[in-house]
Write a protein that binds this ligand. Structure first.
Ligand SMILES: O=C(O)CCC(=O)C(=O)O
Ligand SMILES: [Fe+2]
Length: 317
């Protein structure tokens, strides 16, 4: 039987460099696409306005505070976890892909602001330029609230395509809700890995439950210290992972949201909430109808699910 492990990178075996900040290319779509094609990712400093991100951080930390998970004597916005209190939550009540309990996760998924930020005009304009056509934000927005609960592990190296499917022209956008230097466990990308198509996986601890099998020459990792408002985006074959946090008692809050060209195939899961919830329940009390069921105005091309993507267990390097 294969044991399921947390994936660690052997020290000294990888090359680590810093993200290239593509902000100067924002008004040159051809240059933006060329850079994305070269590296398999784009990183932008100070892209999103900080006020809504900070407000969303506050709302999420309130949800943690109401459940008694924050350590006394700290500012709410510092997000310092009372590890013993959090560890009272039984493992089977935790969402290991999110970092908190199912019940807290629903409370976060109900936040209107969480579902509003992905529709920010700057994001839509970025993906319009990248795709050269109208972008569709997926409705399945994912929140990560990475805590020191005993069953939470850093996200292993993976490609999003095996979990999202539909068109491989789907792009993930990852951004923290709070400053997130590398030592806080930010996301890192394997440069150039977008060219390999789907690669084989093995079971692993951390979000998703599978790790990509990497070849010995795949060592070119790029990373960076995120400030609030910075975003990282990459297409769905790009291998990425989370760094291990050196400050585990500090919750790491982030969003991952996705965009694709509206005329490409989409799997129905990408239009469902992240979890077995109903949109009617999540939408209760929301003010803005424009961000509810917004995908229904399009005639979308639906894709089927290919379970075999998770069965590839060998990789020839
Ligand atoms: O935030 C994480 O730990 C994982 C994020 C991720 O895999 C993604 O944005 O696709
Ligand atoms: Fe991912």
């Amino acid at each position: 039987m294969t044991s399921i492990e947390a994936v660690e990178t052997p020290p000294g075996k990888i090359k680590r460099s810093l993200f290239y900040d593509a902000t100067p290319l924002l008004d040159d779509p051809a240059a933006l696409r060329a850079r994305a094609e070269q590296d398999g990712y784009l990183f932008f400093k100070h892209f999103l306005p900080t006020e809504p991100l900070l407000e969303l951080r506050r709302q999420m930390l309130e949800i943690c505070a109401e459940r008694g998970w924050l350590a006394k004597g700290h500012d709410l916005m510092d997000g310092v976890i009372d590890v013993d209190a959090l560890n009272q939550v039984p493992e089977d009540e935790m969402r290991t892909d999110v970092g908190v309990s199912h019940e807290a996760h629903i409370a976060v998924q109900k936040l209107e602001l969480f579902h509003t930020i992905p529709h920010h005009p700057k994001l839509l304009s970025l993906y319009r330029d990248l795709f050269g056509k109208e972008p569709l934000p997926h409705a399945r927005h994912i929140v990560r609230m990475i805590t020191p609960h005993r069953c939470i592990f850093p996200t292993p190296p993976h490609q999003d395509h095996i979990y999202i499917q539909g068109t491989s022209q789907t792009w993930t956008c990852w951004f923290p809700l709070g400053h997130c230097p590398r030592e806080m466990g930010s996301l890192t990308v394997l440069r150039g890995s977008h060219r390999n198509g789907v690669v084989a996986v093995k079971p692993a601890k951390g979000a998703g439950g599978f790790a990509s099998l990497l070849c010995p020459n795949e060592i070119d990792w790029v990373e960076g210290d995120f400030e609030l408002g910075d975003i990282l985006t990459f297409p769905s074959y790009t291998v990425h992972r989370a760094l291990r946090s050196q400050h585990r008692e500090r919750i790491r809050l982030s969003c991952d949201i996705r965009f694709q060209p509206v005329d490409k195939e989409i799997h129905e899961n990408s239009l469902k909430p992240h979890g077995a919830y109903a949109w009617e329940d999540l939408y209760a009390g929301w003010k803005n109808p424009a961000i509810q069921y917004y995908w229904k105005k399009h005639e979308l091309r639906m894709a089927s699910w290919d379970e075999t993507m998770l069965w590839q267990k060998d990789r020839i390097c």
